[in-house]
Design a protein around this ligand. Structure first.
Ligand SMILES: *[C@@H]1O[C@H](CO)[C@@H](O)[C@H](O)[C@H]1NC(C)=O
Ligand SMILES: *[C@@H]1O[C@H](CO)[C@@H](O)[C@H](O)[C@H]1NC(C)=O
Ligand SMILES: *[C@@H]1O[C@H](CO)[C@@H](O)[C@H](O)[C@H]1NC(C)=O
Ligand SMILES: *[C@@H]1O[C@H](CO)[C@@H](O)[C@H](O)[C@H]1NC(C)=O
Length: 591
C-alpha cells in the first residue's frame, strides 16, 4: 500500500472517530418520585412551555406524548381522590410558546382507544405543540430542549374498570419517537403543521447518533433505577440474546411462544421446579404462538382469560372481578415464599422472527407483587398484574405492559422510511453496576450488543433461595419443555461425559448436522427473500414518489387527521352518553 493511501486512510479513520465521538447517546434524567395507582412506576421529569411548567411523565409509547391539564381534577367524581397534582399539570393557555393548530381534532367525551394503548380511556383532549426541556447527566450534565414538541393534552381523562366504573388519570407519558420524523397535519398549499418528536428531533439536529432509544423502566419497589437513553442504550441493561424485529406503525409487536414458571436456584415454592405450556393451556384457539404488543404506556399483562387462569392456578391469589386483577392472599404462607424466592414467570418469544430460535425473559415474582393504591382501593393492596383480556371487546390487543418491562429492556431504532427495527432483551435485577456503559446505536444498526453479565447474578442478595427438598436435583434443572424437571425426565445428558459415544449420541449428532444444514439453507432463503422484498419496496416507493403524510394509524396520505378523527369517532360506537353520571359509580370497597 502506498504511503499516500495510508495517509488517506488515517485521515478517514480520524474523521470517523471524531464524527462518532461528537454524537453520544443522551441520557434522560429520572424523577425521584414514582406513581400509581397500580405501580409504583418510575417517571422522568420534563419542563414544558414559557414560563416553564415542571411535571413527571412515564417514558414510553410513540407519536404524541399524553400530558394532563389541571382540569382533569375538576370534574372527577367527588368521592375519588384526585392525585395528578402529584405528577404536575400542563396548562396550555399559561404558556406563551404553546400552539394548537386549527386542523388537529378535539376529542370530546369520547374514547381515546384510537390514539392510546391497551388502557380503556375516555375524556376530552386536543393536540398541542410546545417547547419541552429535560435534564441529562450524560454525555455532559445539562438540559436538552425540543421545540414544537407533539403533545396530546388531556383536559378530562378517565380510565375504566371492567365493571364500567371510572377513575381519573394520575400521570401522562413521554413518547419516544415514531416511524416518521414528525407528526404532520396537512394544510392548504404544500406546507404542513409539524409536531416534533424526541428521538427524531435530537438526531435531525445532530445531537444524537441515531433516531433511536433504549429503555429499562426498572422498579421503584425493588430498587432498580430506571435507564433511558436517546440515540443509544446502557449496555449493562441488556443481558443475553437480543431479539430484533420490525415495528408496527404505532406498536411493538412480537410473537409470544409460551409462558412458564421456573426457579433460578435452590428449592421451589411450588411442587415442581419448572412448568411450561401456560400460554395455550386450556385454549385450543391459541396455536404455536400469539402476537403480543410490548407497551410501556399500559400497566398490566393483558392476556387471555385461559392464560391468566393457567398462570395463577398455583399462586395464592384471589380474582377481583371489579378491578379485573388478582389480589395476593398475603396471609397465605406461600405468598412471602414466592415473592422473595428466585422463582419467576418466564416469557418465551420468537427470536429475530426466526421459526427455529427463541429467547426467554424471566420476570421474578418479586416484581409481580405490585401495589394497588387510591383511588382504586382505600388502603394499599398487593396484586398480581394479570388482566384477563379479550382483544375484540376492549379495542386493544394482547399486551405486556410495565409489569413485564420492569424485567425487560426495550429499544427502537426508528431509522427512516419505516425501515427500522425494535429490540427486546432480558434486563438485569437490582445488582447492576452504578457506572453506566452508554453505547451508541448507529443510524442503521439492526442489532445491539448485550453485556456479558449473567441474569441470576444481577439478583444475588436480593432473593432468598429456598431449601431444596429433592435430594437428586441440583435445584435449577433446565426445563425440557414438557413441564418436567429434566433431572428426572427421560432426556439423558450422560453421553456428553463418556468418551465412547453411544449409538444414540452418534445418531443425535448426525440428525443435528442435518438440522444445522437445513437451518443454513432456510436462513439463506429468508435473507434472499427479505433482500428481494426490501428492494421491491424501495423500488415501489421510488416509483410512486409519494411518501405518506405522517399521520400515524390514519392510513393514507390523502386523509388528514380531522377527517379521520370525525369518521373514526362516528363509527366507533361510543356515544357521548358513555360518560353519563350513572356510570361514574364509586369504585366499591375491596373484599
Ligand atoms: C413542516 O415540515 C416541512 C418539511 O417536511 C416544511 O416544508 C414545512 O414548512 C414545515 N411546517 C412548518 C409550519 O414549519
Ligand atoms: C419536522 O418539523 C420541523 C419543524 O417544523 C421541520 O423543521 C422539519 O423540516 C420537519 N422534518 C421533516 C422531515 O418533515
Ligand atoms: C382463547 O384464546 C383466544 C385468543 O387466541 C382469546 O380470544 C379467548 O378469549 C381465549 N379464551 C378463553 C376462554 O380465555
Ligand atoms: C425454545 O428453543 C429450545 C431450544 O431450541 C426448544 O427446546 C424449546 O422447545 C423452544 N421453546 C418454545 C416454547 O418453542
Amino acid at each position: 500500500m502506498s504511503s499516500r493511501a495510508l495517509t488517506l486512510g488515517r485521515i478517514l479513520l480520524f474523521h470517523l472517530f471524531f464524527t462518532a465521538n461528537a454524537q453520544s447517546p443522551r441520557e434522560v434524567a429520572w424523577s425521584s418520585r414514582s406513581y400509581g395507582p397500580d405501580g409504583p412506576w418510575q417517571a422522568v421529569t420534563v419542563s414544558v412551555g414559557t414560563p416553564s411548567q415542571n411535571f413527571d411523565l412515564l417514558p414510553g409509547g410513540s407519536w404524541m406524548s399524553n400530558v394532563l391539564s389541571p382540569s382533569v381534577c375538576r370534574d372527577t367524581v367527588e368521592s375519588l381522590s384526585c392525585s395528578p397534582q402529584a405528577s404536575g399539570f400542563y396548562n396550555v393557555s399559561a404558556s406563551s410558546t404553546s400552539y394548537i393548530t386549527p386542523v388537529t381534532s378535539f376529542v370530546h367525551n369520547d374514547s381515546f382507544a384510537g390514539v392510546m394503548g391497551a388502557l380503556p380511556l375516555f375524556g376530552n383532549a386536543t393536540w398541542a405543540f410546545d417547547e419541552i426541556t429535560f435534564s441529562s447527566g450524560y454525555p455532559s450534565a445539562g438540559s436538552v430542549t425540543v421545540p414544537d414538541f407533539d403533545m396530546f393534552v388531556i383536559s378530562e381523562g378517565y380510565s375504566t374498570l371492567p365493571d364500567g366504573s371510572e377513575y381519573s388519570l394520575e400521570v401522562g407519558n413521554l413518547a419516544l419517537g415514531a416511524p416518521d420524523v414528525n407528526q404532520s397535519w396537512a394544510r392548504s398549499g404544500d406546507s404542513r403543521w409539524n409536531g416534533t418528536l424526541l428521538t427524531s428531533y435530537l438526531y435531525e439536529t445532530g445531537q444524537t447518533p441515531s433516531n433511536s432509544y433504549g429503555l429499562h423502566i426498572g422498579s421503584a419497589a425493588i430498587g432498580i433505577p430506571g435507564s433511558l437513553y436517546v440515540g443509544g442504550y446502557d449496555q449493562s441493561r441488556v443481558l443475553g440474546a437480543v431479539s430484533t424485529q420490525e415495528y408496527g406503525s404505532d406498536n411493538l409487536p412480537i410473537d409470544l411462544l409460551d409462558i412458564g414458571i421456573g426457579v433460578a436456584e435452590g428449592g421451589s415454592p411450588f411442587n415442581y421446579n419448572a412448568k411450561s405450556g401456560l400460554l395455550a393451556q386450556g385454549n385450543s384457539s391459541i396455536g404455536g404462538s400469539m402476537t403480543i404488543l410490548v407497551d410501556a404506556t399500559a400497566p398490566y399483562l393483558y392476556l387471555p382469560q385461559s392464560t391468566c387462569d393457567a398462570i395463577t392456578r398455583d399462586l395464592p391469589v384471589v380474582y377481583d372481578a371489579t378491578r379485573g386483577l388478582y389480589i395476593w392472599s398475603t396471609e397465605d404462607a406461600r405468598y412471602e415464599q414466592i415473592v422473595s424466592s428466585p422463582s419467576y414467570l418466564g416469557f418465551t418469544f420468537r427470536l429475530n422472527s426466526s421459526v427455529i430460535q427463541n429467547m426467554t425473559i424471566n420476570v421474578p415474582f418479586s416484581l409481580l407483587n405490585l401495589n394497588l393504591t387510591a383511588p382504586l382501593v382505600t388502603s394499599p393492596t398487593p396484586y398480581f398484574p394479570c388482566r384477563p383480556y379479550s382483544s375484540g371487546k376492549e379495542h386493544g390487543r394482547f399486551s405486556l405492559g410495565r409489569a413485564f418491562l420492569q424485567a425487560a429492556f426495550v429499544g427502537v431504532n426508528w431509522q427512516t422510511d419505516h425501515k427500522g427495527r425494535w429490540f427486546l432483551a432480558q434486563a438485569p435485577g437490582p445488582n447492576t453496576p452504578s457506572i453506566f456503559t452508554p453505547t451508541a446505536i448507529g443510524p442503521t444498526d439492526n442489532f445491539l450488543y448485550a453485556s456479558t453479565n449473567q441474569w441470576a447474578d444481577t439478583w444475588k442478595g436480593h432473593w432468598t433461595a429456598l431449601e431444596s427438598t429433592t435430594t437428586t436435583a441440583s435445584g435449577s434443572a433446565p426445563n425440557d419443555g414438557a413441564g418436567n424437571n429434566t433431572a428426572s425426565g427421560n432426556i439423558s445428558y450422560a453421553s456428553h461425559s463418556t468418551l465412547d459415544l453411544s449409538t444414540g449420541a452418534k445418531a443425535g449428532i448426525a440428525i443435528g448436522a442435518v438440522i444445522v444444514g437445513m437451518a443454513i439453507v432456510v436462513t439463506l432463503v429468508i435473507c434472499f427473500e427479505r433482500w428481494r422484498t426490501d428492494r421491491n419496496a424501495r423500488l415501489r416507493i421510488r416509483q410512486s414518489g409519494n411518501l405518506p403524510l405522517s399521520n400515524h394509524r390514519y392510513g393514507s396520505s390523502s386523509i388528514d387527521l380531522k377527517t379521520w378523527g370525525n369518521e373514526r369517532y362516528k363509527g366507533a360506537g361510543f356515544g357521548p352518553g358513555e360518560l353519563d353520571a350513572e356510570h361514574s359509580d364509586r369504585i366499591p370497597e375491596l373484599g
